[in-house]
Design a protein around this ligand. Structure first.
Ligand code: PEP
Ligand code: MG
Length: 568
């Protein structure tokens, strides 16, 4: 058995088609006719733009707009004068087009891949795709056509480029295995959109398999088997049937309210990063947006988005949600999320530094633009404002003061907004948890950010593989913190939600029901799974389990007790 990253759920069994990539070799000759080389480069860029636009259009039609955005992003990047301009500058020094493309792309790849943030690292992989495509065009290398593979094929490749993925015929591809790529790489996003089981980042897999080998891809667990024994095959054929049965079962939950087994109605919201994601939330039957990570709007731009640009983006999400709640989190940058044009100071401890609401309060001009834009968008639906990384009461008071001033200005100028707009805070630091009773007097709602709450409670960098063994929301300390926050919010009579990844964890859900959590905000693709798990638990069953689990001393004991009690 080999293991990789479980990138797209499900079990695929079939015959391997190994995609061998041509080596992109060239002689880095010194160029004498600079203008001719520039023209050759420009021709390659034009061809890249044309084929990429055509593929984006194809993906938009066959799969969806969100997935097409990956390729559209490539078009934006190549049209950015910094990138192509740098390449031309190198050609002007006598380097050939291939060497210029390679050097400039490698420079950007090096820069982005060092960043801790998944989105930024994804940029590195996008630029690597652009590099490969441009080099192939310059060298006249054609991509393999995978639209013609037979039904039941397991694709194995070093990486699946968007051009390969755009040729995938869903009915014929039973699974995907790659050597590189993470959960947010384009191969993963597209595999999930096509609902093809995928395991990525399996070291050296292309050298370990041959065409026509039989493979099992367990995209839920991240396991793969090559030429498995008969009993393993039988086990996975059964697992595949079971998975398909469960997926069918989940469809019964489409359009249904989110109810516990004893009939308590809970809210099941979605986490989104862009206004367009709101469409996905609707498609997946989300009941609102519990977390709109507004920082992506800032990260996907090369300038500070103006008040109007921000307003349009927030309004778009609000209108898509048609009156359902949209909780917009104000700019959560710093830590692992850098925005080059803001020129933030480098810090020794960025996770403990001048970030999120701290940065915003320290840069009131930037923050005001955002608050004004959100307030204007509130005239179009049910918007709430949420503050990230709150650690003390003064932070909420300061933001409230800024919002009151903006409201007064809007009143004077007759600009429409929702005067009753709620202002809540994320509870994701140890400090916020410990003073949750005090914060509950100042905030209109809470949302527990377990991703950071785990990091700051356990003193574990959430992106550091060396200490990943400590990073778990099932640690007794984190569970106690979650229970305490919910109790404080409920005692103060304010709504409490959770928008960290733990809200969708089938093992965590019964504990949250017992603690009294009423709003769950999850990745859109997990809405039905969460609704299904919620439907299986009564409050008294959840209470009995919580009582047992909360007396345990270690994370391992907690997880094992929860697994033993899990309802299938
Ligand atoms: C969290 O910390 O749990 C959270 C939802 O925010 P982010 O993952 O964006 O830090
Ligand atoms: Mg957070």
């Amino acid at each position: 058995m080999y293991q990789g990253i479980a990138a797209s759920r499900g079990i695929g069994i079939g015959s391997i088609c190994l995609i061998v990539e041509h080596e992109l070799k060239y002689d880095a000759v010194k160029i004498t006719d600079i203008e001719a080389e520039k023209a050759r480069f420009q021709k390659a860029v034009t061809r890249f733009t044309e084929t990429t636009s055509a593929m984006a259009e194809d993906i938009r039609k066959r799969i969806g707009p969100k997935e097409a955005e990956i390729l559209e992003g490539h078009l934006v990047m190549i049209s950015d004068p910094t990138m192509s301009g740098e390449m031309e500058k190198m050609i002007a020094t006598g380097q050939c087009a291939e060497a210029s493309v390679e050097a400039v792309c490698d420079m950007f790849i090096g820069m982005f891949s060092k960043m801790d943030d998944d989105m930024m690292r994804q940029r590195a992989s996008d630029i690597s795709d652009i590099k490969t495509s441009l080099l192939k065009i310059l060298l006249g290398v054609e991509d393999i056509d995978i639209s013609k593979v037979a039904p039941g094929t397991i694709l194995v490749a070093r990486d699946l480029t968007p051009s390969m993925t755009s040729q995938i015929v869903r009915e014929n591809v039973a699974g995907i295995i790659t050597e590189i790529g993470g959960k947010t790489s384009h191969s993963a996003i597209l595999a999930r959109a096509l609902e093809i089981p995928a395991v990525l980042s399996v070291p050296g897999i292309t050298a370990l398999v041959r065409d026509k080998d039989t493979a099992i891809v367990d995209g839920t667990e991240g396991d793969i088997y090559i030429n498995p024994e008969g009993d393993v095959l039988t086990k996975y054929i059964r697992k595949r049937e079971e998975f398909i049965r469960k997926q069918e079962e989940l469809k019964h939950f489409l359009g249904k309210p989110t109810l516990t087994a004893d009939g308590k109605k809970l809210d099941l919201f979605c986490n989104i990063g862009t206004p367009k994601d709101a469409r996905k939330a609707i498609e997946c039957d989300g009941e609102g947006i519990g977390l709109f990570r507004s920082e992506f709007l800032f990260m996907d731009n090369n300038h500070l988005p103006t008040e109007d640009e921000q307003f349009e983006a927030y309004k778009e999400a609000v209108e898509i949600m048609k009156g359902h709640t949209v909780i917009i989190r104000t700019l959560d940058i710093g830590g692992d999320k850098d925005i080059p044009y803001l020129h933030m100071q480098k810090e020794d401890n960025p996770f403990l530094g001048f970030r999120a609401v701290r940065y915003c309060l320290g840069n009131p001009d930037t923050y005001q633009l955002q608050l004004r834009a959100i307030l204007r968008a509130s005239a179009f639906g049910k918007v709430k404002i949420m503050l990230p990384l709150v650690t003390c009461v003064e932070e909420i008071r300061s933001v409230r003061k800024m919002i009151s001033e903006i409201k007064a200005d809007f009143d004077a100028r007759k600009i429409a907004y929702d005067p009753a707009i709620e202002i809540g805070c994320m509870i994701e630091t140890a400090s916020a948890s410990l003073i949750a009773d005090l914060l509950a007097k100042e905030a209109d709602f809470f949302s527990i950010g377990t991703n950071d709450l785990t990091q700051y409670t356990m003193s574990v960098d959430r992106g550091n593989a060396n200490v990943a063994y400590l990073y778990s929301a099932f640690q007794p300390s984190v569970l106690r913190s979650i229970r305490h926050i919910i109790e404080c919010g409920n005692a103060a009579g304010i709504p409490v939600g959770m928008c960290g990844e733990a809200a969708a964890d089938p093992l965590m859900i019964p504990l949250l029901i017992s603690f009294g959590l009423e709003e769950y905000s999850v990745n859109p693709v997990l809405v039905l799974t969460a609704r299904c798990i919620i439907s299986k638990w009564t409050k008294s069953e959840a209470d009995a389990l919580a009582e047992q689990v909360m007396s345990l001393s270690t994370e391992a004991e907690v997880v094992s007790a929860l697994k033993a009690a899990a309802k299938d």
